[in-house]
Design a protein around this ligand. Structure first.
Ligand code: COA
Ligand code: MG
Length: 298
């Protein structure tokens, strides 16, 4: 699966923003039919998104995804029925309780793909895995039998806070996430890695705070996340850059790989006075693989 760095949310009822997003550098646009759209504009938004998708069949430079309403709302099926006409690359599923929701969505997609003459399984899924209280207790369900359509997991702390009865989700002084949200983030990362899906970092809502966004991207990436959800076009370039390995990182990774290749049969080597073993070689290969994916390896 192609790894995507920047996933830009665009309100599904706002054609101006859709056009603006399409002209920008986000690796994927996420047309939102959920929270960004008021109930009375739902029908209009569905039609607009379906038309926009149909009018933009070339996805080679930028994928086009749709966030539908949660499966336990009466809006989800009409959302899907409307947008599948436009052949979205994937569906973002919010407020999941467990992998059963993802698999149910997969079944709905199979039916709609048949209706549209789309290959079975072509439409991918990313779920927002931490927006209900139950979701924190069901992560193992993804390891049992999640559909192959599930190519990414992401998380969110806002709906989770409401679900847990919280008055805030951050420490008042440091503004760092409180415990439940750190747990949510960690479980999302581990589960995504365990099933070979992309762990995608959550939205950073202060869209004028470029430095804060960059810090959070670098921390996400250090932990193992790849890419991040965005809500404003100004965030895209920062995210793309932060998730593309730098020239220094690539050079260092090459040296690590070289030294292991020059010493076949050795499990442990020294470089710049530091011990390196298999996990370091794996990390170096991760860096090179990412760089190749994003065309920054040369
Ligand atoms: N996608 C595409 N274009 C966007 C955009 C987005 N998410 N957010 C802003 N823009 C455009 C604006 O239309 C504006 O373009 P224009 O100058 O041609 O009119 C330009 O970028 C600058 O926008 P700005 O004035 O800085 O922001 P704003 O006050 O218009 O909008 C938000 C702020 C938060 C309402 C807007 O960024 C937004 O709608 N974000 C997505 C919200 C969403 O989908 N939430 C659900 C997921 S959490
Ligand atoms: Mg709504």
């Amino acid at each position: 699966m192609t790894v995507l760095r920047s996933w830009l949310f665009v309100p599904g009822d706002d054609e101006r923003k859709m056009t603006k997003g399409r002209g920008g550098d986000a690796d994927a646009l996420l047309f939102d039919l959920e929270d960004a759209v008021a109930d009375e504009r739902q029908d209009m938004a569905r039609a607009l998104v379906a038309d926009f998708l149909a009018a933009n069949p070339d996805r080679s430079r930028q994928q086009l995804w749709v966030r539908i309403n949660p499966l336990d709302s009466p809006l989800a099926l009409p959302d899907l029925a409307a947008v599948m006409r436009g052949r979205p690359d994937g569906i973002i599923l919010p407020k999941t309780y467990s992998a059963a929701d993802v698999n149910r969505l997969g079944d709905y997609l199979s039916a709609l793909e048949a209706r549209e003459g789309i290959a079975d399984g072509a439409t991918k899924i990313v779920c927002v895995a931490t927006e209900t209280a139950a979701s924190l207790l069901t992560f193992d369900s993804y390891l049992q039998n999640a559909t192959k359509r599930l190519v990414g997991l992401t998380w969110g702390g806002e709906d989770l806070a409401a679900a847990l009865g919280a008055s805030d989700n951050r420490h008042p002084a440091t503004r760092d996430y409180d415990e439940p949200y750190l747990l949510a983030r960690t479980l999302t990362l581990a589960t995504a890695r365990a099933i070979d899906a992309q762990p995608v970092g959550c939205v950073f809502i202060d869209f004028r705070d470029s430095e804060g966004l960059e810090r959070e991207c670098l921390r996400d990436r250090r932990m193992g996340f790849i890419g991040k959800l965005a809500i404003h076009p100004g965030q895209v370039e920062i995210i793309n850059r932060a998730f593309s390995p730098s020239a220094e990182e690539i050079a260092y990774a090459r040296r690590v790989i070289d030294i292991f290749e020059q010493n076949p049969g050795l499990g442990t080597v020294g470089l710049d006075g530091k011990m390196l073993d298999m996990p370091h070689l794996k990390q170096a290969r991760n860096v090179i693989a990412l760089a190749e994916q994003f065309g920054s390896a040369n």
